[in-house]
Design a protein around this ligand. Structure first.
Ligand code: SF4
Length: 419
């Protein structure tokens, strides 16, 4: 269930129906101003809406004062154990402060932080970690870790409400994907506050991206979650941002830049797909339009499977075809396919229209039809899939009716309406 309440981290709305915000966290020592700002600029460029920085020492607070001024996106100060640093971060101008009420020194310290945040109009993020639950929940945690996590979050929410502070979002972190899903599903029905989603210590770029896509994707598909952070074991925080965007784009929750689709390749592949797809993916990063670009490894199937793509290429041994929205644009030599594809994309980026040269398009269509005809009997993955779809439709049509019309007492009368 989408959160009812909305907060603002700087100018970025979180919750209450706002687009899901992408967050990441810098990996630098925050006090190292030049390195931290360089990383913040890179993550902002990659599409981060909000960035979090660790503030474990006074020198980090000093740097924070400059960071909040220079950063192109709002900055959250990440505090553990030391409520004084939370107060100093608020005074330094942080756009939000993340605390874990369970490790900040008790309700009195939380009250001090909440009071200062309220004075300044700064939101808080209330974080609960499976590794630092309050002692009285440890027994429950052994048998029902989800109930323990949700119980801790609910207690902290009640504490904030008792303190008359409602300008916050909640996060429950666990390294366990099913527990994260179950806990957020449960909490989303109990509290109206925005939820921050993440899988703690998800892992490497490869395994961490998959775990995050499964965990966060499941929740986001159910309309749960207002801001996300992908935690990956890489120094390059921008990689986390790219993965977050791919998840949001895959679920059609937000658009950002082009979407690349590519066939899975098979024995009919006619060119070095790995390097071609990697080059196209990298070059597409420079474009802002949410166009769909398709790469097909051969022209045996025509372009039917990719006919929805705004632009695409398909190759044969010496030549290839550039197509757009289901129609051939022109035939080009194989070694110029990628560059000529980008000529078309650039033209579209500037003029916002697709120009068709009728003669070149006709020549391309003829070439494509010839390849399709020459390979008409090939059982390609796409044709096998189409055959399976057809067979399933036929089977569904021929299936035994659920009610035997002959023996049913209502046979022939169901759905009959009197006029
Ligand atoms: S038959 Fe399909 S999967 Fe195989 S290379 Fe051609 S387009 Fe790709």
């Amino acid at each position: 269930m989408a959160s009812k309440k909305q907060i603002h981290v700087g100018p970025v709305a979180v919750g209450g129906g706002a687009p899901v915000a992408v967050q990441t966290m810098t990996k630098t020592e925050t006090a190292n101003l030049s390195e931290t700002m360089a990383q913040i600029n890179r993550v902002a460029e990659a599409g981060a809406d909000i960035v979090r920085v660790a503030v474990p020492r006074d020198e980090d607070v000093e740097a924070l004062k400059t960071i909040v001024v220079q950063s192109p996106i709002p900055v959250i100060a990440d505090i553990h154990f030391n409520h004084t640093l939370a107060l100093k971060s608020l005074d330094a101008g942080a756009h939000c402060v993340r605390i874990n009420p369970g490790n900040i020194g008790g309700p009195d310290k939380v009250a001090e932080v909440a009071a200062r945040a309220k004075e300044l109009g700064t939101p808080l993020r209330i974080g609960v970690n499976s590794g630092s639950l309050p002692k009285h929940l440890h027994e429950i945690e052994k048998t029902d870790p989800v109930a323990a996590l949700v119980g801790a979050a609910a207690e902290f929410v009640e504490l904030m409400e008792r303190l008359d502070f409602e300008d916050f979002k909640v996060s429950m972190k666990s390294t366990n994907v099913p527990n994260t899903i179950a806990a957020n599903r449960m909490l989303s029905t109990k509290v109206p506050y925005p939820l921050h989603l993440g899988i703690t210590e998800a892992g490497t770029k490869w395994s961490g991206s998959i775990k995050s896509a499964v965990g966060l994707g499941t929740l986001l598909a159910d309309d749960i979650g207002d801001t996300i952070r992908i935690s990956l074991s890489t120094f390059h925080a921008e990689e986390e941002v790219k993965v977050a965007w791919e998840i949001l784009k895959a679920l059609k929750l937000r658009e950002r830049g082009p979407v690349l689709i590519a066939c899975p390749t098979c024995g009919r592949l006619q060119f070095d797909m790995d390097s071609v797809v990697a080059e196209i993916e990298q070059r597409l990063e420079a474009y802002a339009d949410p166009i769909e670009v398709a790469v097909l490894g051969c022209a045996v199937n025509g372009i039917g499977e990719a006919s929805h793509a705004d632009f695409g290429i398909t190759g044969a041994k010496n030549e290839g075809l550039i197509f757009s929205r289901g129609k051939a644009l022109r035939k080009v030599p194989q070694d110029q396919l990628v560059d000529e594809l980008f000529v078309e994309i650039d033209r579209y980026a500037t003029a916002k229209r697709i120009d068709v040269d009728d003669a070149a398009a006709a020549e391309g269509s003829k070439w494509l039809a010839q390849i399709e005809a020459e390979n008409a009997g090939d059982l390609t993955p796409e044709r096998l899939a189409a055959m399976e779809r057809e067979r399933a439709a036929e089977e569904a049509e021929a299936a035994e009716p659920l009610v035997d019309e002959q023996s049913s007492p209502t046979g022939g009368r169901r759905f009959t309406r009197s006029s």
